[in-house]
Design a protein around this ligand. Structure first.
Ligand SMILES: Nc1ncnc2c1ncn2[C@@H]1O[C@H](COP(=O)(O)OP(=O)(O)OP(=O)(O)O)[C@@H](O)[C@H]1O
Ligand SMILES: [Mg+2]
Length: 580
C-alpha cells in the first residue's frame, strides 16, 4: 500500500487533471446508467403505443453523447496523467542512478539497471494510465447500474447482488499471488536484459572464445524462465473473466425465476423487468474488467517496489550537510593514516595506514605490483570511495567536508580503462569542458599527440567514434582521453597507467605532452615506465596496501630495498632505439 501512496505522490502535481478525469468518469457512469434506465420507457411506452417516441429518442442520443464524451475525456486525461507520472518517475530514477557512488555500480549491472528504467517503469505506467482509470470509471458505472437495479426492484436487486462479496475474496487472494509472480517475472525480464547487455558489449570475447552457443543458451534459459512466469500470471488472470461471467449467469437464472413470478402476479411491468435485466447485463462488462484490476495493480505494485528499492538505496558518498566549496587548490594534499576496505569497516583492508604529503606542483609516482592498491589509492582522491579510516586533506580541509562537485572540478583523470562516448572526437575531447572552442580542442589534441591521426580520419574532428570509441585503436583512445584531461586544465591530475596502450614511440611523444601538462600541476601518476617514475618528485612503493618505501629515485635505489627489486622486475627501461 505504501508503494501505491508513494506513486500517488508523483501524481500530486497533476491533481487538477485527475479531478477533471474523475468528473468525466462520473459523467460516463451516470450516462451508462441512463442508457439502462431508458429501456423501461422504450418497452412500456414507445414500443406498445409509439408514445413519447421523440423525447425518448432524443434522450437516447444525449445519453450516448454524454457517455462518449465522458469516455474520451477520462481515457485521455488518465493516460496523460499516467504518462506524466511515469516520465517524472523515470527521470528521477535515472538521475538517482547516475548520482550513485562507484560502489553501487560494482554491485548492480548495466542490463539490470536499464531494465528497471524501461520495463519496471513501463509496467507502472500501464497501471497508472489504464488500470486506475478502469478502476474508477468501471466502479462508477457499477454504482450507476446498481442504482438502476434498486430503483426498479430492490428485493430483486439484493437477490442478484448477494453473489458479489463472494467474488471479492478470491479476487483479493489471487491478487496477492499475482504480485509475487509478477515480481519474479520482472526479475526474469531483468535477467534477459542483463544477459543480452553483457554478451553484446563483450561480443568480441564471445566470438574469440567461441562462446556464442553458451551465451545463446544463457539467454534462452532466461527467456524460458520469463515465459514461464508470464504464463503463471496469465493463468491466474485469464481465469477471472470467465469466473465473473459464470457468476453473472447464476444471477441471471435467479432473476428470471423471480422476475417471471412477479410479472405474472402483475407487480412488475415487462418494461421494468427488461430495464432491470439490461442493467444487470451491462454490469458484466465493468465487473469483468474490475476483476482484473486488482491483479493488474498488483503487477504494477511489484514493479513499483523494485523502482523504490533503487530510489531508497542511499549513496554512501555524498555531500555533508553544509559542505563548503573547495577553493582553488594551492598548497598540499595529505593522506593521513588512510585505511580503506571495499567491504566497509569490517572487510579486509585494501589500503592500510597510508600516509604521505604531496605539495602543489609536485609529481608523486605510485608503484607496486598488480593488485597492490594503486588504483584504489587514487580513486579515493576524487571520492569515488570514502576512506574507511584516517582522512585525506586538500589544503588542510578534509575532502569529506567540501562539496563533491567543487572537489572533482579540480581533478583531471586519465584512467586505466579508457572510457569514451558514442559521439564525435571533438565532443569527446570537450566532455570535461562544455563550450570549448574548436581551436582549444585542437590545441589539446595536438598536445596529446592525437591531432596527427585525427586529421587523417575522413571527417576529422567530426568523426563519430562508435560506442566506447570502438572505431579507434587502443592507443588512439588513450590519446583522446589525455586530450580530454588536458582541455579540462585541472590543478590536480591523476594518471593511472595513462600510457599503457601506447607503443614506445607514441608513448615518448605522449610522455612529452604529459610532462608539459604536469608542469605546475600536482599529479599522481601510476606508471610502469622507469623514465616516468624517475622524473617524479617522490615515489611511494605500495605492497599489499601499505607503503613499504618512499623517497626520490636515487635515494630508493641506494637503499637496495623493495623499489630496487621492482626496478629490476617491473619498471621498464626506455628503449634506446625505436624498433620498426
Ligand atoms: N570494486 C572492488 N571491490 C572489491 N575489491 C576490489 C575492487 N577493486 C579492486 N579490488 C581489490 O583491491 C585490490 C587492489 O586493487 P587495485 O585495483 O587498487 O590494484 P592496482 O594496484 O591498481 O593493480 P593493477 O596494477 O593491476 O592495476 C585488489 O586485490 C582487488 O582485488
Ligand atoms: Mg590499477
Amino acid at each position: 500500500m505504501s508503494v501505491f501512496l508513494r506513486l500517488f505522490e508523483y501524481a500530486r502535481p497533476y491533481r487538477a487533471r485527475l479531478v477533471a478525469a474523475l468528473g468525466a468518469m462520473v459523467q460516463y457512469g451516470a450516462a451508462s446508467a441512463g442508457v439502462a434506465a431508458l429501456i423501461q420507457p422504450i418497452f412500456d411506452e414507445v414500443l406498445p403505443s409509439r408514445q413519447n417516441l421523440v423525447p425518448v429518442a432524443a434522450a437516447i442520443l444525449v445519453v450516448y453523447l454524454l457517455k462518449g464524451i465522458g469516455a474520451y475525456l477520462s481515457g485521455y486525461l488518465m493516460t496523460d496523467v499516467g504518462q506524466r507520472v511515469v516520465r517524472d518517475l523515470r527521470n528521477v530514477l535515472f538521475r538517482h542512478i547516475l548520482g550513485q557512488s562507484v560502489a553501487f555500480f560494482s554491485v548492480q549491472t548495466t542490463g539490470r539497471l536499464i531494465s528497471r528504467i524501461t520495463n519496471d517503469v513501463g509496467q507502472v505506467q500501464r497501471a497508472v494510465s489504464e488500470t486506475i482509470g478502469d478502476l474508477t470509471r468501471e466502479s462508477l458505472s457499477l454504482v450507476g447500474f446498481a442504482a438502476v437495479l434498486f430503483y426498479y426492484d430492490s428485493r430483486l436487486a439484493i437477490v442478484c447482488l448477494t453473489g458479489a462479496p463472494l467474488v471479492v475474496y478470491p479476487l483479493v487472494r489471487l491478487g496477492q499471488r499475482v504480485r509475487r509472480t509478477a515480481r519474479r517475472s520482472q526479475e526474469a525480464l531483468e535477467q534477459i536484459s542483463h544477459v543480452s547487455a553483457e554478451a553484446i558489449a563483450g561480443h568480441r570475447i564471445v566470438k574469440a572464445f567461441g562462446a556464442e552457443e553458451r551465451e545463446a543458451g544463457k539467454f534462452e534459459r532466461a527467456s524460458q524462465h520469463f515465459y514461464r512466469t508470464c504464463m503463471k500470471v496469465t493463468g491466474v488472470l485469464s481465469a477471472l473473466p470467465p469466473l465473473m461471467e459464470f457468476i453473472g449467469g447464476v444471477a441471471f437464472v435467479g432473476a428470471l425465476v423471480y422476475g417471471s413470478r412477479e410479472i405474472v402476479a402483475g407487480r412488475l411491468s415487462p418494461g421494468e423487468f427488461t430495464a432491470f435485466m439490461a442493467a444487470l447485463f451491462m454490469m458484466y462488462a465493468p465487473a469483468k474488467r474490475l476483476s482484473r484490476v486488482n491483479a493488474d495493480l498488483q503487477q504494477a505494485m511489484a514493479a513499483g517496489e523494485r523502482i523504490f528499492e533503487i530510489l531508497d538505496s542511499h549513496n554512501e558518498v555524498q555531500d555533508r550537510p553544509g559542505a563548503a566549496e573547495l577553493p582553488r587548490f594551492g598548497h598540499h594534499i595529505e593522506f593521513h593514516d588512510v585505511r580503506f576496505a571495499y567491504g566497509g569497516t569490517s572487510g579486509r583492508a585494501t589500503l592500510d595506514g597510508v600516509s604521505f604529503v604531496v605539495r602543489a606542483g609536485q609529481m608523486l609516482a605510485i608503484v607496486g605490483r598488480s593488485g597492490a592498491g594503486k588504483t584504489t589509492l587514487v580513486n579515493l582522491i576524487p571520492r569515488f570511495y570514502d576512506v574507511t579510516g584516517g582522512s585525506i586533506g586538500v589544503d588542510g580541509r578534509d575532502i569529506r567536508d567540501v562539496t563533491i562537485a567543487s572537489l572533482r572540478s579540480q581533478i583531471g583523470i586519465v584512467t586505466q580503462e579508457t572510457v569514451l562516448f558514442d559521439d564525435t572526437i571533438a565532443a569527446n575531447i570537450a566532455y570535461g569542458r562544455q563550450g570549448a572552442t574548436a581551436e582549444e580542442i585542437e590545441a589539446a589534441a595536438r598536445a596529446a599527440h592525437a591531432h596527427e591521426f585525427i586529421a587523417q580520419l575522413d571527417r576529422g574532428y567530426e568523426a563519430m567514434i562508435g560506442e566506447r570509441g570502438q572505431r579507434l585503436s587502443g592507443g588512439q583512445r588513450q590519446r583522446i582521453a589525455i586530450a580530454r584531461a588536458i582541455l579540462r586544465d585541472p590543478p590536480i591530475l591523476i594518471l593511472d597507467e595513462a600510457t599503457s596502450s601506447l607503443d614506445a614511440e607514441s608513448e615518448m611523444l605522449v610522455q612529452d605532452a604529459l610532462s608539459n601538462l604536469m608542469r605546475n600541476r600536482t599529479s599522481f601518476v601510476i606508471a610502469h615506465r622507469l623514465s616516468t617514475v624517475r622524473r617524479a618528485d617522490a615515489i611511494v612503493v605500495l605492497a599489499r596496501g601499505r607503503i613499504v618505501e618512499s623517497g626520490a629515485h636515487d635515494e630508493l635505489m641506494a637503499r637496495g630495498g623493495a623499489y630496487t627489486k621492482l626496478h629490476e622486475l617491473q619498471l621498464q627501461e626506455e628503449p634506446t632505439e625505436i624498433e620498426i
